[in-house]
Design a protein around this ligand. Structure first.
Ligand SMILES: [Zn+2]
Length: 464
């Protein structure tokens, strides 16, 4: 490790904090398109702030039409390593207690504010690592570029524009996740299960069941509308479902029951409580008149029993050493008196393929008497864990932190999903929940110093 560089980083923490405060003060939630400002005022201002800051520190900068900015440590060197971070943030949301989301403060060794850890803080860690190497005069043979996007949170169309005109570097890491390193993003398999049937007028009956707002999120809320049912008869069933599923069932209208569970990202469905499945369970247990609609509900419930998030009943439970378990969650529900339509989101390990996954689900669903459609499987993203690139990054992490460096697989997509040799690398240390996307988002000052040192060390290892 380069002690001079590390000392420089320690001594510049205060300056870093001032820069981060200015950066976080810019509300860079996506706005509406304007000429020259593709994602609105906020992301535009934040992007310009970052570009100007990089220019002030002596880097050679470029602005790709308000989509992306770049800063090169030494443009005379052949481009080799890219660091990919972003200036936009998710909406502030409710529940901030330490400070207002765009009024960052330092308290108890942490800096609080929207974007402190996702991803303005990590972006500045990468920029300060470049600065440390430049100001300490560390000689490099290969070029380093910081790529600063402004639309990561709402679709990554920023880097699509960038990569349409610039080649991918030989190596890319994104400081937009956690340490140690993410080398695998599971594949994705989504499908729609449906059934049309004759309307049954027999009472009591289910009029509608609606749940879910996005295919990539476990539904938090479900609303069941009934007809002709004495609600006193529903009470016991509501209680049993509440108890068994750990959800809340409340009568919210003369014929309406609302179920509240816990939302979760579709890549980690085991941490949620699926209100939609609990609603199916409720419907299946209510004393309703038999009909085709009810048969379809029961068939779906057989394929997706409450609490099962590994695709077992669909026949696709599988796991491999590198990328671990397949996950599967039923997230969108639309049931009426004439049709049922539900959709699932599955995150698939590297071993999953058409034969052992898509074909199996197609068969399971059809055998249950339901119709199935899918756009097919999206392959996983994988950079080999034993590649010299990954090994050097993990080596830098181990040298600075003294912790064991290991490559990990996740079910969600990151900024590098489309890149051939891209991994996510930091900047948040393991075991810390910095409340990215939540209220009171923060970044530990110790973490800032460590991450900056890891990036500096990684650049030296990869580019000297
Ligand atoms: Zn991010």
């Amino acid at each position: 490790m380069n002690e001079k560089v590390n000392k420089w980083i320690d001594e510049h923490l205060d300056e870093y904090i001032e820069d981060l405060k200015d950066f976080v003060s810019i509300n860079s939630v996506q706005g509406s398109y304007e000429q020259g400002k593709p994602f609105g005022d906020g992301p535009f201002d934040a992007l310009n702030f970052a570009i100007d800051l990089a220019a002030k520190y002596g880097f050679s900068v470029n602005n790709y039409n308000g989509y992306v900015g770049t800063a090169d440590l030494d443009p005379a060197l052949p481009r080799s390593l890219d660091m990919l971070a972003h200036c936009d943030v998710v909406p502030a949301g409710e529940g901030w207690t330490v400070t207002e989301p765009f009024n960052p403060i330092v308290k108890d060794g942490r800096i609080y504010g929207r974007g402190t850890s996702d991803d303005k803080g990590p972006l500045l860690c990468a920029m300060y690592a470049m600065r440390a190497l430049k100001e300490c005069g560390v000689p490099l043979k290969k070029g380093v570029r910081l790529i600063m996007g402004s639309d990561e949170e709402t679709g990554s169309t920023d880097i699509e524009k960038y990569y349409a005109v610039e080649p991918e570097a030989e190596m890319t890491f994104s400081p937009d996740a956690e340490f140690p390193l993410i080398n695998i993003e599971k594949g994705q398999f989504r499908g729609e299960i449906s059934k049309s049937y004759e309307e049954s007028k027999a009472l009591p009956r289910l009029v509608s069941l609606e749940a879910g707002i996005a295919l990539n999120a476990v539904p938090q809320k479900a609303v069941v509308t009934l007809e002709g049912l004495d609600m006193n008869l529903a009470e016991d069933v509501m209680n049993s479902v509440s108890e068994e599923c750990g959800v809340e069932c409340v009568q919210t209208g003369i014929n309406e029951i609302t179920i509240t569970g816990v939302s979760a990202h579709a890549s980690t469905p085991e941490s949620g409580k699926n209100a939609g499945l609990a609603a199916l369970m409720l419907v299946s247990r209510l004393p309703l008149a038999p009909c085709e609609q009810l048969d379809a509900v029961n068939a779906v419930l057989k394929l997706f029993p409450y609490g099962e998030t590994d695709g077992k009943s669909l026949g696709i439970k599988m796991a491999d050493e590198e990328s671990k378990d397949l996950t599967c969650t039923l997230d969108l529900y639309h049931i009426t008196t004439t049709e049922l339509d539900v959709q699932f989101d599955s995150r698939t390990p590297v071993m999953a393929n058409k034969e052992n996954c898509e074909d199996v689900v197609t068969k399971s669903v059809q055998e249950a008497g339901l119709d199935f459609t899918s756009k097919g499987m999206v392959p996983p993203h994988r950079v080999p864990a034993d590649s010299p690139f990954v090994k050097k990054l993990l080596g830098a992490y181990e040298a600075v932190t003294g912790l064991k460096g290991e490559a990990m697989a996740i079910g969600g997509g990151t900024y590098v999903h489309e890149l051939k040799n891209g991994v996510a690398f930091g900047a948040v240390l393991p075991g810390i929940d910095t409340r990215m996307h939540g209220a009171d988002e923060f970044f530990d000052l110790d973490n800032i110093v460590i991450a900056t040192k890891v990036y500096a060390e990684a650049i030296i290892e990869l580019c000297s």
